[in-house]
Design a protein around this ligand. Structure first.
Ligand code: PHE
Length: 378
């Protein structure tokens, strides 16, 4: 009797193993819920699209790709547990994520320790890829983004006095504020006020009143869309009608919806932010992608959808070249990524595992629509 049970167990175990080996498992972690939910959802849409394309063309290493997604609800400690689960329980061969730098900083050390390559589509804080040689990104970094927006404010908008309103618990926000201030002051501009808030805050009137008293000509707000939308509305309610400027963290289909007083997006009209791509760019690679994406998801993709798509394709291409699901081999091939034709531009991974790519400055116009303003090359 006992023998039979053991035999049966062995059979079902080997069946389980065979089944598990039928697929290449990829982990994904992101904020599918919470105040940055559109970050995770858009990224997932992009990753799903890339995965379906590769699977339809036969998969990878003769197997289908299976993406296992974990929702970290936008919290750094949940991001760490999500990555731990993906790496130790699910035994994924590589990890895609996160969008937000603070969450990527929490997940990266776990990937590094376990020698599982991690590719963040869109975390821009310089510290992320310094977590180790298994950690990659396919986007530009914040010193470049901060410098570009400071130059744009000083040279194009002729702003001489700027204020900063940052999320002081958010690595991305703190870093970007610093890079902006350094360049702006270097150009001869003055930072007349620097205030802070925390993600999840609803009332920014005290900070905005203090900023108003210092009479800046623009406010740089390196935050995420939920707070930025509320800040814009409250600034206008306080009669603070100067341009607001920001970085890629503004990008969300929800931004202008939140920043609405009377007409869609009116609280952010004539405001500017830097981003990874412009949807009104006539480049056929971009327009073809938008068409494909719209047919599937019925909306125009934001930057995270595009970067999620590119990140997945870049990772799958590296796995294909590696010819193996082994972490070290995938890592070596990721490091060799050169001139990969992404939707958000050609991607080459440098020796610090970052990508040097141009950024675009977008203007928020009538009805909350984004208008392409300028391209800045690294
Ligand atoms: N770059 C931001 C960060 O590092 C995240 C982000 C990327 C948000 C792209 C929106 C669009 O935290």
């Amino acid at each position: 009797m006992r023998k039979w049970i053991i035999f049966g167990l062995a059979l079902s175990l080997s069946a389980g193993c065979a089944k598990r080996d039928d697929v290449i498992k990829i982990g994904e972690y992101g904020s599918l819920t919470g105040t940055t939910a559109t970050f995770g959802v858009s990224t997932k849409n992009g990753i799903d699209m890339a995965t379906e394309e590769i699977n339809a063309a036969g998969g990878l290493l003769g197997k289908k790709i299976q993406v296992i997604v974990e929702d970290d609800r936008g919290l750094a400690d949940e991001a760490a547990s999500a990555v731990k689960k993906l790496v130790t329980q699910d035994k994924v061969v590589a990890v895609l994520g996160e969008v937000a730098s603070s969450r990527s900083l929490a997940g990266a050390p776990i990937c590094q320790e376990n020698k599982i390559p991690m590719v963040t589509p869109s975390s821009t804080n310089p510290e992320v890829t310094k977590k180790g040689d298994y950690i990659f990104r396919i986007c530009f970094i914040d010193p470049f983004q901060g410098e570009a927006m400071a130059k744009f404010a000083f040279e194009n908008l002729k702003v001489k006095k700027a204020a900063i309103l940052k999320d002081s618990k958010n690595d991305y926000s703190v870093g970007l504020a610093q890079y902006f201030a350094e360049t702006f002051k270097g150009l001869g501009g003055q930072i007349v006020a620097e205030e802070s808030y925390f993600e999840g805050d609803q009332d920014f009137k005290a900070q905005l009143t203090s900023i108003k008293g210092k009479k800046p000509e623009a406010i740089f707000i390196p935050g995420y869309y939920t707070e930025v939308g509320l800040i814009a509305r409250q600034a206008r309610e306080l009669g603070l009608n100067i341009p607001l400027l920001g970085g890629d963290g503004w990008d969300s289909p929800k931004l202008t919806e939140i920043a609405t007083l009377k007409k869609p997006g009116d609280a952010l009209k004539d405001c500017y932010f830097s981003n990874h791509y412009a949807a009104d760019d006539p480049n056929p690679v971009i327009q073809d992608f938008i068409k494909k994406y719209k047919a599937k998801y019925e909306e125009v993709p934001d930057a995270m959808a595009v970067l999620g798509y590119d990140a997945a394709h870049i990772l799958y291409d590296a796995i294909k070249r590696a010819g193996s699901p082994e972490g070290a081999k995938i890592r070596d091939e990721l490091a060799k990524t050169a001139n990969f034709p992404g939707v958000a531009g050609q991607t080459t991974i440098d020796s610090a595992r970052n990508a040097r790519k141009p950024l675009v400055v977008l203007k928020i116009g009538e009805g909350g629509a984004y208008e392409y303003m300028a391209t800045v090359n690294p």
